[in-house]
Design a protein around this ligand. Structure first.
Ligand SMILES: [Zn+2]
Length: 674
């Protein structure tokens, strides 16, 4: 399905910054467009859903029985009505219509309705005219929400005809409908007279039979789970369409359709080929794939303000033949159609027609929307850019495909492999978090050069790794786990081969990162943070062997060794760290605690000529003089004086330390040389 509104056309003329914001929020048509264009508006409850092949329409129809609670617009007096929606399943025949509204039994709904030519009801503007009524968890108040799921979508845009509401308080929305009806009373009356006068209104389609009396019905049918795939490409055959030129919007329309065909038929790495094999006077039929412009299927509704559904694409599938590709069950597509809406004013130029044809053809090949209202969250930039996005872009793209479209068609129809094969074993070398990883993939059987990618929709590489076009997986893994994905290789002749791989990334081994412990001084506060590396935090620390000097303790939660040592001596200990996955690492240390009189202290330093004289206390007879990190030859004159001669110090500041033979160092002393 393709929709457009004058809101989008207007937006294209405003500044670029607004387009990107509003493009995600412009849910079309506007409230006024729906309210004026709908024949009836009701609230009610879904009582049952069933689907059945309808011989008069040549299609499967889904029948939705609704208890009418309130009539907000139109002449409905029946307590119950039955909607006829396009698509559904009857036995082995599945009809998938992209954009059809989805229903759940027992659901409370607010529905915009119009009628088929025979007077049977349907939702106006497909899923855009269907709202669910539910209770907001935060406030307990009743709200209306477009589509049946997607609580994250709460989008209100502004079109030239007023607001576009996707979610609102029910009371407020009911008021909005009544107020809009009264301010658009004349337009609404004229619209009704023009399009609906003389069209009957029937509470149930004539062919409808209650679900309980029909064999083989699907009582909880929704269209959503059905996906399809053509088998022709696997046999080297094209998917063939015929075109019914009646009411085609432009003499170039056949060329526009061919442009769409060429776009889908020339994706490097995809086997899909589509052809246009001639013209026809056929309409919708499950066995011939047709493209038509004259509303011969009666699917399309008139639209006020030029808003609403522009074209519908769908396919018929055989429920008895299915394949599993990736995470999807795909039913064999046996026929398809593209139905352009003659009521629209969106065929202003051939570029727009090409975009519409390309989008709808994507549906007929089995692709859904890259994103549509009701899907979780907000669309990504790539999803919005896709030609398969639910709303038309009309940005001059014509019949072009974008990344998401290309990924989709390659996923469904990966190109023939010829003799191309990926030689690398499925189970790739394991990696370690934080350690650089590199693995080459190799292929053979067809002439090089090869180009490598990760196959779309079939898993992903471990975070931190990427695959180069030359086939090298490299990077530094960030997360532990086993990661499955498929790699795809293509050669210069468009052969493509895929293979599933997995890489197991383990956490880095747990180690104690601290290498030595500082010496402590009896009677003075001491603290040192022990560090662990690798493994999986959080860590737990403990003393494995030995005894800490009295006065010190190790915090098991954070690895802080602290306290005020009360004794001197050298204490051999080993500490143990355990991580969240029960790995353990041990490390042996010696903690030395000295008396205060073993700690050298520098009180003055005098440098003159080439002679340095240090005065202080507790210099031992084998102490070392260290200047700017380097030992310097010196003479210990007493435990209070050290002299170094023939010493050349440059102008500036120098750091001087005295290191006693027991490894205890003085605090650094800063000497300034002029
Ligand atoms: Zn669509």
């Amino acid at each position: 399905m393709r929709i457009i509104s004058s809101a989008l056309l207007l937006l294209a003329l405003t500044i670029a910054g607004e387009i990107s914001t509003l493009a995600t929020t412009a849910i079309i048509p506007s409230d006024a467009g729906l309210i004026v264009g709908a024949r009836c508006i009701i609230t009610g409850k879904v009582l049952s859903i069933s689907s059945r092949f309808n011989t008069r329409l040549g299609d499967v129809s889904t029948y939705v029985r609704v208890r009418v609670d309130e009539v907000l617009k139109g002449d409905i007096t029946a307590a119950e009505i039955v909607l006829r929606e396009p698509g559904g399943r009857d036995g082995d025949l599945v009809s998938v219509v992209f954009g059809a509204p989805e229903f759940r039994a027992s659901e409370q709904v607010l529905l915009y309705l119009d009628t088929w030519p025979d007077g049977s009801f349907r939702v106006y503007q497909m899923f855009l005219g269907k709202f669910s009524i539910s209770r907001a968890p935060e406030t307990g108040r009743l709200i209306v929400t477009r589509q049946t799921h997607g609580p994250n979508v709460d989008l209100i845009g502004q079109g030239p005809d007023g607001p576009i509401t996707d979610q609102m308080d029910l009371a407020g929305y009911r008021h909005l409908i009544k107020a809009t009806l009264s301010s658009y009373a004349e337009q609404s009356r004229q619209f009704q007279t023009r399009y609906y006068s003389g069209v009957p209104l029937t509470s149930a389609p004539p062919e409808y039979k209650p679900a309980s009396s029909v064999q083989g019905i699907q009582p909880e049918f929704t269209l959503h789970p059905f996906r399809g795939r053509w088998l022709e490409p696997d046999r080297g055959q094209p998917v063939s369409f015929v075109l019914n030129p009646d009411q085609q919007p432009s003499p170039q329309t056949a060329d526009d359709v061919v442009a769409a065909i060429n776009a889908w038929s020339s994706v490097n790495g995809s086997l899909m080929r589509v052809t246009l094999s001639g013209t026809t006077d056929l309409c919708l039929t499950p066995t011939t794939s047709t493209i038509y412009f004259d509303n011969c299927d009666s699917r399309h509704s008139p639209m006020p303000f030029c808003q609403g559904v522009v074209a519908i694409g769908g396919f018929f599938a055989d429920y008895s033949v299915k394949q599993t590709v990736g995470d999807f069950e795909l039913f064999k597509i046996v026929g398809a159609y593209i139905s352009f809406n003659p009521y629209t004013c969106s065929y202003a130029n051939d570029c727009n027609i090409r975009e519409i044809a390309t989008h709808e053809m994507g549906h007929t090949l089995g692709l859904g929307h890259s994103w549509q209202p009701g899907d979780p969250g907000v669309p990504t930039a790539e999803q919005q850019d896709a030609t398969m996005y639910f709303a038309a872009h009309f940005d001059g793209r014509c019949a072009s495909l974008r990344t998401d479209d290309i990924n989709g068609i390659i996923f469904l129809y990966p190109a023939s492999s010829g003799d191309l094969q990926i030689a690398t074993d499925s189970s790739l070398a394991p990696g370690v978090v934080g350690t650089p990883y590199s693995q080459a993939l190799t292929a053979g059987g067809e002439p090089a050069p090869y180009s490598w990618t990760i196959a779309p929709l079939k898993g992903s590489l471990p975070p931190g790794l990427s695959l180069s076009p030359a086939g090298i997986i490299s990077g530094t893994p960030l997360l532990a786990g086993t990661f499955s994905f498929s790699a795809q290789v293509t050669d210069s002749s468009s052969h493509a081969a895929q293979k599933a791989f997995s890489i197991t990334i383990s956490a880095a081994p747990l180690t104690v990162g601290t290498t030595t412990l500082n010496a402590g001084v009896k009677g003075f506060p001491f603290s040192q943070q022990l560090l662990a590396a690798g493994g999986t935090p959080p860590y737990r620390w403990s003393l494995a062997t030995g005894l800490l000097p009295a006065g010190l303790s190790l915090d098991p939660g954070n690895g802080m060794l602290s306290g005020t040592p009360l004794v001197t001596g050298t204490f051999p200990v080993s500490v143990s760290v355990t991580d969240a996955t029960s790995g353990t690492a041990l490390k042996a240390f010696q903690i030395m605690v000295v008396g205060p009189d073993s700690v050298p202290q520098i009180s003055t330093a005098r440098y003159k000529g080439t002679k340095l004289v240090l005065r202080g206390a507790h210099f031992d007879s084998a102490a070392t003089l260290v200047i700017d990190g380097s030992a310097v030859s010196s003479a210990i004159q007493s435990d209070q004086a050290i002299v170094a001669k023939r010493l050349s110090l440059a102008g500036g500041t120098h750091q001087i330390v005295v290191l006693n033979s027991n490894g205890i160092a003085s605090s650094p002393f800063t000497l300034t040389v002029n």
